[in-house]
Design a binder for this molecule. Structure first.
Ligand SMILES: *Cc1c(COP(=O)(O)O)cnc(C)c1O
Length: 225
């Protein structure tokens, strides 16, 4: 077994008690690394750049479930709309409208997570809680029949302060629970809470994550040239 396959196996064993899913974040990594993971039976991969995602999808087996996890520009939605499995990073209503339009063209319903801004850093994208509530109250989601909101995504502050990370993840879990109970649109059924990366996925699981996005702990550190 390769190191990559072994890392995935160990992580999955760890996730089992939480019934959480593993998204293997393969950004910047070669297709051969994905093939390794694929050969061990893994099918869920995450990328944060449209071009890289589309190119890898073209070359790799078509039963891979591709997760878009990075900031998504509206003019690039069309390149992934025909096949993307889940978009984790929907951070504006405008983007959601574009995804709906492109989904119609591809005759699909695209599953999406709404990204919520929970970190202290202002660089991380996402809805503020109040914006999200305002949008959901407006009923405008019902007009977007080709998108389906299946959950929320969040990224905690990059910090050694564990209490802060717990506070941010717990806040998102509470929002998840309150929105789940409050709205019942046909295309709004919250079942996934995507939170946790290599550095904080264990905390995220304790706070109620159902999907962790792990890159470097599987594939090794990334080199951004
Ligand atoms: C890169 C990335 C990850 C994975 O990060 P690691 O620290 O390598 O596990 C998770 N989520 C998002 C949105 C990312 O961009």
């Amino acid at each position: 077994m390769t190191g990559i396959a072994q890392n995935i196996k160990n992580l999955k064993a760890e996730l089992e008690t939480y019934h959480a899913k593993l998204i293997a974040v393969s950004k910047t990594k070669p297709e051969a690394d994905i093939q390794d993971a694929y050969a061990s039976g893994h099918r869920d991969f995450g990328e944060n750049k449209v071009q890289e995602l589309a190119s890898k999808a073209e070359h790799l087996p078509n039963d891979i479930r591709w997760h878009m996890i990075g900031h998504l520009q509206r003019n690039k939605v069309k390149y992934i709309a025909p096949f993307v499995y889940l978009i984790h990073s929907v951070d504006s209503v405008k983007l959601l409208r574009t995804i709906d339009k492109e989904a119609i063209k591809s005759d699909r319903i695209i599953n999406c997570l709404l990204q919520v801004h929970i970190a202290e850093e202002s660089t991380k994208f996402g809805f503020d809680e109040s914006e999200l509530v305002e949008f959901l109250d407006s009923g405008k989601l019902e007009e977007l029949a080709n998108v389906r909101i299946v959950g929320l995504m969040g990224m905690a502050t990059f910090t050694d302060n564990e209490a802060q990370v717990i506070r941010e993840f717990t806040g998102l879990k509470m929002l998840f629970d309150s929105l789940s109970g409050k709205y019942s649109y046909d295309n709004f059924k919250l079942r996934e809470l995507s939170m946790g990366m290599s550095g904080d996925y264990q905390i995220a699981l304790e706070c109620g994550s159902t999907m962790v996005r792990v890159g470097s702990s599987i594939f090794g550190e990334r080199n951004y040239g």
